[in-house]
Ligand binder design. Structure first.
Ligand code: FES
Length: 174
């Protein structure tokens, strides 16, 4: 003989969730709208554009670190070996020396353009190249290989240093 167990009566509790007040609704709507607005601004802050934003990285897809060549100094004269990274026309290098860093572009077998690597915007070392232009890693200013500004925020050209080739050594006064 089976006994049926008496199940407890289900008591229906009607809980009503209070509807948000008009003020709460507006506050939540404003928060959501603010998040949308902030997220829309984020790409502009970190997108690597030419906006002069200090946090803008340069475009890593096209920019390459310049090859580094060690220069030697005697007094104010910097000597740079032109074999290796600077051996062919259109080659570029970042020359480091106790007198500072310099951008060297080989125009031809006998002609070079030497520029300071100190960005005229806020002084970062310009150490990248996109195949045509030097690129500052700090705020993405770009310079031609003759030192002219191609893209701001920098607004002054890089200083040029006349140079002389003797054998395989380029010299200039810093
Ligand atoms: S320091 Fe700002 S772009 Fe070079």
């Amino acid at each position: 003989m089976t006994t049926r167990r008496q199940l407890p009566t289900v008591i229906e509790i009607s809980q009503t969730v209070p509807e948000p007040s008009r003020r709460q609704f507006c506050a939540h709507a404003c928060q959501a709208a603010s998040l949308v607005a902030v997220s829309a601004l984020l790409p502009a802050c970190g997108g690597g554009g030419d906006d002069g934003n200090p946090t803008s990285p340069s475009d890593p897809a096209t920019n390459q670190a310049l090859p580094v060549v060690a220069g030697s100094t005697s007094g104010r004269t910097v000597s740079v070996p032109t074999g290796g990274a600077l051996s062919t026309p259109n080659s570029v290098a970042l020359v480091t020396s106790p007198l500072g860093s310099f951008l060297v572009f080989r125009n031809s077998l006998t002609s070079f353009t030497v520029l300071t690597a100190v960005c005229t915007h806020e002084g970062c070392t310009v150490d990248q190249y996109n195949g045509q232009l030097y690129v500052c890693p700090c705020h993405n200013s770009k310079y031609t290989t003759s030192g002219q500004v191609a893209n701001g925020p920098a607004n002054r050209a890089l200083t040029t240093f006349p140079s002389t080739l003797s054998g395989d050594t380029l010299t200039f006064n810093a």
